[in-house]
Design a binder for this molecule. Structure first.
Ligand code: NAD
Ligand code: TYD
Length: 369
């Protein structure tokens, strides 16, 4: 039987990895609903653009009529909801888009899904029985683990710190309420920091690779001792498809990489890999690590995130296949091989953001020893 997947945010970093993987499954039809914000890029899906089993719909998840129309026309079996504003620093500078897409957009999608699913119960009870909506969320909803030595489990209380995390926490609450109140068959996953190919170069790892190659400062917030638990994006995509297809409706699954690393160590490892893989350094740069520059800390910066992923391992048999060493090497190599992709996605609007956020030095390429 061919399974029909509706993926929101499929032109983004993780959504495109999910769609590329879904299209490797022969019995999957995929529709990708994406607004194409600055973070959405269809080039990440160019390999399947003309595939008859893949359809792109340029639409905003906040538009109720368009969402109903997508459900009505495409008749999905599984919805994987990834569309979101996803960058913490942007959420601090301008939270409105996060409230709109992450909260109102999720609400709009839930209502369209509920309308469709109610209709299915009349017209096609078997299809209604199998329908499920998988909401993709983040470990940032749990807040800061600083000093506790604990890991986030599925029952950790929510305590979001940033506008981004608060908007994702709100969307998780909406999804749970739609399940409990209306019986909508939903699942939620909360995942740690992802890295890998096609990551927009405003996030830590691709930003550091891009800046290092350009001889620009590598801006480390505060003292760089903040800890994140890194997961290779293709491991996340595999986990998401497993949960969407095999997870138990109404359940939450944490996903993580068992790779707790400080930000400073991440940047140092990127520099070491660049020394090996791209020894032809920009003029005036002796060692990439000389570009590391400590800058003002992020307001409200969470010091530590770490995931207990034992539930998804135990119940669904998922484990990550990449270590941080293997995944980071692949990632650095991918960015070196795809410098033209990076230049294309970093539009004028992106450059304005960098200038505003990091100051003119970062844009001009001033070096720090
Ligand atoms: P991303 O920013 O790379 O991509 C988001 C995509 O959503 C883009 O293609 C964008 O165009 C689209 N989009 C934004 N607003 C939209 C709207 N109103 N309507 C339709 N499309 C819209 O994000 P990502 O890193 O791929 O994250 C995907 C999901 O995974 C998000 O929900 C995020 O919260 C979650 N997540 C991300 C990470 C991470 O480390 N990146 C970790 C855990 C969870
Ligand atoms: P980021 O990639 O923005 O992801 P998130 O905020 O969702 O965890 O940042 C990862 C970590 O790296 C976070 O602790 C902030 C830090 N960071 C820097 O130190 N410098 C930077 O320029 C950026 C973008 C992030």
């Amino acid at each position: 039987m061919v399974v029909r997947y509706l993926v929101t945010g499929g032109a983004g970093f993780i959504g495109s990895a999910v769609i590329r993987r879904l299209r490797e499954i022969a019995a999957a039809d995929v529709v990708n609903v994406d607004k194409l914000t600055y973070a959405g890029n269809l080039e990440s899906l160019s390999a399947i653009a003309s595939d008859s089993r893949y359809t792109f719909v340029h639409a905003d998840i906040c538009d109720p009529a368009r969402m109903r129309d997508v459900f009505h026309t495409f008749r999905p079996d599984i919805v994987m909801h990834l569309a979101a504003e996803s960058h913490v620093d942007r959420s601090i500078d301008g939270p409105a888009a996060f409230i709109e897409t992450n909260i109102v957009g999720t609400y709009t999608l839930l209502e369209a899904a509920r309308w469709y699913w109610q209709g299915l119960k009349e017209s096609d009870p078997v299809k209604a029985q199998g329908f499920r909506l998988h909401h993709v969320s983040t470990d940032e909803v749990y807040g800061d683990l600083n000093g506790s030595g604990c890991l986030f489990t599925e029952t950790t209380l929510y305590s979001p710190s940033s506008p981004y995390a608060a908007s994702k926490a709100s969307s998780d609450h909406l999804v749970r309420a739609w399940h409990r109140t209306y019986g909508l068959p939903t699942l939620i996953t909360n995942c740690s920091n992802n890295y890998g190919p096609y990551h927009f170069p405003e996030k830590l790892i691709p930003l550091m690779i891009r800046n290092a190659r350009a001889g620009k400062p590598l801006p480390v917030y505060g003292n760089g001792q903040q800890v994140r638990d890194w997961l290779y994006v293709e491991d996340h995509a595999r986990a998401l498809i497993k949960v969407a297809t095999e997870g138990e409706v109404g359940e939450t699954y944490n996903i993580g990489g068992h790779n707790e690393v400080t930000n400073l160590e991440v940047v140092e490892r990127v520099c070491e890999l660049l020394e090996e893989l791209a020894p032809d350094k920009p003029e005036g740069v002796k060692q990439y690590r000389d570009l590391i520059t400590f800058v003002a800390d992020r307001p409200g910066h969470d010091l530590r995130y770490a995931i207990d992923a034992s539930k998804i391992e135990r119940e669904l048999g998922w484990v990550p296949s990449e270590t941080f060493e293997t995944g980071l090497r692949k990632t650095v190599q991918w960015y070196l091989d795809n410098e033209d992709w990076v230049e294309r996605v970093t539009s004028g609007a992106y450059r304005e953001w960098v200038e505003k956020h990091y100051g003119e030095q970062a844009v001009d390429g001033a070096k720090h020893g």
